[in-house]
Design a protein around this ligand. Structure first.
Ligand code: IFM
Length: 459
């Protein structure tokens, strides 16, 4: 490709992403409380090989080495999350200064390295005492979240230009409270929809608190995970299945936040499970207050096929059991997660996003990347499939920018291999390989490639 074809608009932000429980370790240090992921991962049968985040990448102690690697990578920005139980060990009440001090050291280290911090306030590590009191199924958790958000912003607001309230509320609500494959591991029907709503209320309340205390030119937003959805075939039942998949995977969150409406078809799909009585007058205004940006996490497209619901009895059916299976074209390659690789899906998604929501604020791709079974040989890790994946997806972002979508930045998931939730350490997404026995970091071929790609994009 010509040099011109590789360029991105001036000021486009290049970054890498991680999340607290996936990398930090040090779960018992400096007054940190227990999160739902500590409990979940320590419960036999929940995580592959019984892995936990107890040590993870030991980033809590090695953050200086990690920031030095980011500096050499040449990124503009680093997206990380704050562990709520480090700040409020029980999820409410006074803050734990030692926890805040860690993040202050990290923010300072990044700033000294010329890297802008981007903070996600909630990337799934809910304090366990809040879960014991009902978790996201109860509204009180949303109120506690806003208090916590305000406390973190008070302490770090002067050093952090970008703030994200929630990461992927879909996963918190539906994988956590419907499928039960993620913490807190519950299988609720009605409850998962209430959890989805309370997460959005938490976002709205936190936005209010953050905006009220804006220090300068910080920007505030939310990150949603979304796939572009197509029917697997032209059959009318698959077209209808695609609409349901889009509702569950995307519009449950994006319609209230970006259009100030609840999805029109939600009652048709879930009316038997819930009367939506957990919603209060005024919630939509709260949830849809303007954002400075929206973060979008995308890895693959969804090809939806109609299928019978797993449980024919609506009283037992979980909210994700909507009669859809994923059925991508067989010719698409897959990552180690089994996810189909099709970069054009990201371009389609960005165009769909901009067309569906005319009030769409600037977009950041806050996560995109791929897991492959990397191995270290003689101190080197060669990962050509990740390079090809990133090359194609970054190309798709550039194409969407050319289409007129206002995309302002791209964060690769992930900076380094880490604890991939229920898959433990078995799925590697990093640009940097981590030997979990020795904690040695080895920049992969993709790390060097990304450094060069960023330089070419800047021109
Ligand atoms: O590792 C996760 C991350 O925590 C949230 N988004 C998807 C990633 C890959 O599964």
């Amino acid at each position: 490709m010509s040099d011109e074809g590789l360029r991105f608009p001036q000021g486009f932000a290049w970054g890498v992403s991680t999340a607290s429980y996936q990398i930090e370790g040090a779960v018992d240090e400096d007054g940190r409380g227990t999160s739902i992921w500590d409990t979940f991962s320590h419960t036999p049968g929940n995580v592959v090989r019984g892995d936990t985040g107890d040590v993870a990448c030991d980033h809590y102690h090695r953050y200086r080495e990690d920031v030095a690697l980011m500096r050499d990578l040449g990124v503009d920005t680093y997206r990380f999350s704050i562990a709520w139980p480090r700040i409020q060990p029980t999820g409410k009440g006074p803050v734990e200064q030692a926890g805040l001090d860690f993040y202050r050291r990290l923010v300072d280290e990044l700033t000294d390295a010329g890297i802008r911090p981007s903070v996600t306030l909630y990337h799934w590590d809910l304090p366990q005492p809040l879960e014991d009191a009902g978790g996201w199924m109860v509204r009180d958790t949303a109120e506690r979240f806003a208090e916590y958000a305000a406390a973190v912003h008070d302490a770090l607001g002067d050093g952090v230009p970008q703030w994200i309230t929630l990461n992927e509320p879909y996963c918190s609500a539906f994988i956590g409270y419907a499928d039960g494959r993620h913490a807190p591991g519950r299988r609720e029907g009605h409850g998962a929809l209430a959890a989805a709503h309370h997460l959005l209320v938490g976002h709205g309340l936190a936005m209010q608190a953050l905006r009220a205390n804006r220090r300068g030119d910080e920007t505030f937003g939310i990150t949603l995970n979304m796939n572009h959805v197509l029917p697997a075939t032209d059959a009318p039942e698959d077209v209808a299945a695609a609409r349901r998949a889009e509702l569950l995977g995307t519009r449950v969150f994006s319609d209230p936040v970006l259009a100030g409406r609840y999805p029109a078809d939600e009652r048709e799909v879930w009316g038997e499970l819930t009367d939506f009585s957990f919603r209060r007058y005024g919630d939509l205004d709260l949830v849809s207050a303007p954002l400075d940006f929206v973060g979008l996490n995308n890895y693959y497209p969804t090809y939806a096929k109609d299928a019978p619901t797993v449980d024919p009895d609506p009283r037992r059916r979980v909210a994700t059991d909507i009669g859809v299976v994923e059925n991508p074209p067989a010719e698409l390659p897959r990552t180690a997660m089994g996810w189909p690789v099709e970069a054009d899906g990201l371009r389609r998604l960005l165009n769909w996003f901009a067309t569906t929501y005319p009030r769409l604020p600037p977009v950041y791709i806050t996560e995109n990347g791929a897991a492959y079974p990397d191995v270290a040989v003689d101190g080197r890790v060669d990962d050509p499939r990740r390079v090809a994946y990133l090359d194609a997806y970054i190309g798709a972002v550039r194409a969407a920018v050319d289409d007129g979508v206002d995309v302002r930045g791209y964060y690769c998931w992930s900076f380094m291999d880490n604890f991939e939730w229920a898959l433990g350490y078995s799925a590697r997404f990093g640009l940097v390989y981590v030997d979990f026995e020795t904690q040695q970091r080895i920049p992969k071929t993709s790390y060097h490639w990304y450094r060069d790609r960023i330089a070419a994009a800047r021109g």
